[in-house]
Each structure stands twice: as structure tokens, then as C-alpha cells.
Design a protein around this ligand. Structure first.
Ligand code: ZN
Ligand code: ZN
Ligand code: ZN
Length: 225
């Protein structure tokens, strides 16, 4: 299925290679070289994205750009599944990765699942693959306080981006304090809440030389007007 960007100002579908909306002239895609490029699939609740950008900077010392365009919601729709397709969503984020970004991250309020048999995922990424996606659906399902939700979202985003930088999991039994501690069989809101949002020294060393990284001096989120 053909994939478009959606202008947040006039809601038009626009070709992926257009950096400004041909209808209203508003920006759709901002340059994100060396930074984390964040794409939204559908609207995201207020008060969250700025905190996510700050949390990503604390973990990676990389700035983030919240892309003004929304992703086309049609390619990932799976009406009979319990959520939208995490693979189609990931593929849309990857397609928009310029090759010059630190990583590309998709964020959605929708539930995401890799197949009809799954109930939910917190996030989805492949080790060494430059795109990752996260879902707020299960993270917000128990109506957490804003501060707890922000912490969960940052933890899952940092973990998934960690995978894009080549990091794999530590086991719960390894006794390591690191955001990459996980086990698909036992992951739950409790394990997310019990973990840290930062990397251990070993993971930090591994990502320090990531070639797409540029050092920034502050969390320089670029949020479209
Ligand atoms: Zn427009
Ligand atoms: Zn993982
Ligand atoms: Zn680690």
C-alpha cells in the first residue's frame, strides 16, 4: 500500500519526498542528521513528547526532532487484530530514515502487535536495525500518574533505541542495573516500573562510538510551530 505523510495543519496526504505541505506550506519533515527522528502514528496526548525528548537526551546525549507530519495510519491497520501491525509501523518509520539520523523512533497511542496472536507490545525493534517503535496503549492502560507514564515511555523508548544501536538484552538473573534488562516471557508493567531508564557502563561504552551520533549540548527538540 502506498504510504503518505499527513499534514498536521490541513490533514492532507502528501508524498513522502515533500518537505513542506503543497497545500498550506507548513513543514512536514525536518532535517534530523545526528539526532533521533521521532514520528507519530496518530495524535499523541499532550505533555508527553517534550519529556520523551529530555529523557532520550539524558540516555543518549543526542537531540531529537519531533517530525511535524503524522504517519499515514492506513498501511498498519489490521481490523481483525488486537492492534495495528508493529511491522508495518516499523517499516514506515524505517522508510523515512535518512541514513544520517542517530535513530528513528515511531510513537503511537494505538496498541501494536506483530501478529493476530499477540495481545500487546510495549515496543518493537530489531537489533542493529535503525528504526524502533513504541506504543502508549499498554503503558497507560492502568491510568498511571503523569510522572509514572513519562518514566515508562522513556524507559521503553531508550530500550528500543538501544536495540537499534546493536544492544541485546541482559537477563533478569544477571544482576545488572540497565535499561536493556528484559525477558519477553516475563515483561510486564511491573518489570518496566522496577527497571532503570539508563544504560549500564558496558552498554554505554558500546553505544559511545555509534557512527551516526553527534554530540549536542542540550536537549534540542525541534517542535514544529
Ligand atoms: Zn498542509
Ligand atoms: Zn528488548
Ligand atoms: Zn547494559
Amino acid at each position: 500500500m502506498k504510504d503518505f505523510n499527513i499534514c498536521e495543519h490541513c490533514n492532507r496526504y502528501v508524498d513522502l519526498d515533500a518537505s513542506d505541505c503543497p497545500n498550506c506550506g507548513q513543514p512536514l519533515v525536518c532535517e534530523a542528521n545526528g539526532r533521533i527522528s521521532i514520528w507519530r502514528l496518530g495524535g499523541i496526548r499532550g505533555g508527553l513528547m517534550g519529556h520523551l525528548v529530555s529523557g532520550l537526551w539524558r540516555a543518549f546525549e543526542a537531540g531529537a526532532v519531533i517530525q511535524p507530519a503524522f504517519l499515514d495510519e492506513r498501511p498498519s491497520k489490521r481490523p481483525r487484530w488486537k492492534g495495528v501491525s508493529s511491522n508495518a509501523f516499523l517499516d514506515q518509520v524505517l522508510r523515512r530514515d535518512s541514513g544520517e539520523t542517530f535513530a528513528s523512533l515511531g510513537v503511537t497511542e494505538h496498541n501494536i502487535v506483530p501478529s493476530s496472536r499477540y495481545n500487546f507490545l510495549f515496543g518493537y525493534a530489531y537489533v542493529g536495525f535503525p528504526a524502533a517503535v513504541i506504543s502508549l496503549q499498554m503503558l497507560s492502560s492502568d491510568k498511571p500518574e503523569a510522572e509514572l507514564l513519562i518514566r515508562r515511555v522513556i524507559g521503553v523508548a531508550v530500550h528500543e533505541i538501544g536495540h537499534t544501536l546493536g544492544l541485546d538484552h541482559h537477563g533478569f538473573g544477571d544482576g545488572i542495573e540497565c535499561v536493556m534488562v528484559a525477558d519477553e516471557r516475563v515483561d510486564s508493567l511491573e518489570t518496566v516500573d522496577g527497571g532503570t531508564t539508563l544504560f549500564c557502563d558496558s552498554c554505554r561504552d558500546k553505544i559511545a562510538d555509534w557512527p551516526r551520533r553527534i554530540i549536542t549540548t542540550q536537549a534540542d527538540a525541534i517542535i514544529a510551530p
